[in-house]
Design a protein around this ligand. Structure first.
Ligand SMILES: Cc1cc2nc3c(=O)[nH]c(=O)nc-3n(C[C@H](O)[C@H](O)[C@H](O)COP(=O)(O)O)c2cc1C
Length: 253
């Protein structure tokens, strides 16, 4: 497949709900065109094509012939995505199509990983009563249950431990955090919203969801469409964070 065609194939699905700036911070949900687009996507036969297409995209993008070169355009778009992603704690009743959620989950695993070990796993929860229980177990953060999906991301250090016994906890955490950042950025870039929730009664929640004792819950992620416009992020003073040649030297030669 020609480079441009592949690029279009991958990106066209996502253009329907991406305003030029602030992707998912649109006030009050979806306009009628957005709704139509989501409906169309929902109507596609998920089981028939999604997994196959995803694998095909990967093979095509791995092949030197169809490699999609990063471009100034993709750099600019990614910068906007990163800078505009915010934690959202109010959701509309509209449900993002599962097909896109699945694609996002599949894609977020393309993250760097210590020992090349994929030690993260995901549970998707849609049932209302379960969402309420989970929000209660997150110390009564009741807004969590509003979201159409709750996605639980777990990590296990078992496989990493075999390779790096002394540092497995850190590697396990770092691997899963890289997956999570991919996830949050993809969610935002598709026009959806989420928030990394880490305050919960872990042992009770693990028991409730049948999560084996050797796994850790790495985060709870309510996912839906934003119903709030969050405040602008505080600009980090990057000069305070960068040193040159040695720690603490703020003077660039
Ligand atoms: C490890 C971690 C745990 C967090 N836990 C919670 C939480 O339990 N509840 C919540 O509302 N937000 C939680 N957050 C979201 C942060 O409050 C939020 O990312 C931070 O205030 C920066 O805002 P922003 O994400 O909008 O840029 C958590 C974030 C991280 C990275």
């Amino acid at each position: 497949m020609a480079k441009n065609n592949l690029y279009n194939k991958i990106t066209s699905k996502f253009t329907f709900n991406q305003p030029k700036s602030s992707p998912n911070l649109k006030k009050n949900n979806l306009n009628s065109q957005d709704k139509k687009n989501y409906q169309n996507i929902n109507n596609e036969n998920f089981s028939k094509s999604t997994i196959k297409n995803s694998q095909q995209e990967t093979q095509e993008s791995n092949s030197s012939k169809t490699y999609i070169e990063p471009s100034l355009q993709s750099y600019k778009e990614l910068k906007i995505i990163i800078k505009n992603r915010r934690s959202i704690r109010q959701f509309t009743p509209y449900k993002p199509p599962y097909k896109i959620i699945f694609e996002i989950l599949e894609t977020c695993f393309y993250a760097p990983r210590a020992g090349n070990v994929m030690n993260s796993e995901i549970i998707i929860i849609e049932e209302t009563s379960k969402k309420v229980t989970i929000s209660n177990l997150c110390y009564q953060q009741s807004w969590i249950a509003q979201a159409p999906y709750i996605i639980v991301i777990t990590s296990s250090k078992d496989d990493i431990q075999k390779l790096y016994p002394d540092i497995s906890q850190r590697f396990s955490t770092q691997n899963t955090s890289a997956v999570i950042e991919n996830f949050l950025l993809l969610i935002h870039s598709a026009g959806f919203a989420s928030c990394w929730v880490q305050s919960f009664q872990e042992e009770v929640l693990k028991d409730y969801l049948g999560i084996p004792p050797n796994l850790e819950i790495h985060g709870i992620f309510p996912v839906g469409f934003a119903k709030e416009i969050p405040q602008k992020p505080i600009n980090p003073d990057i000069n305070m964070k960068i040193s040159y040649e040695e720690y603490g030297n703020k003077n660039k030669q």
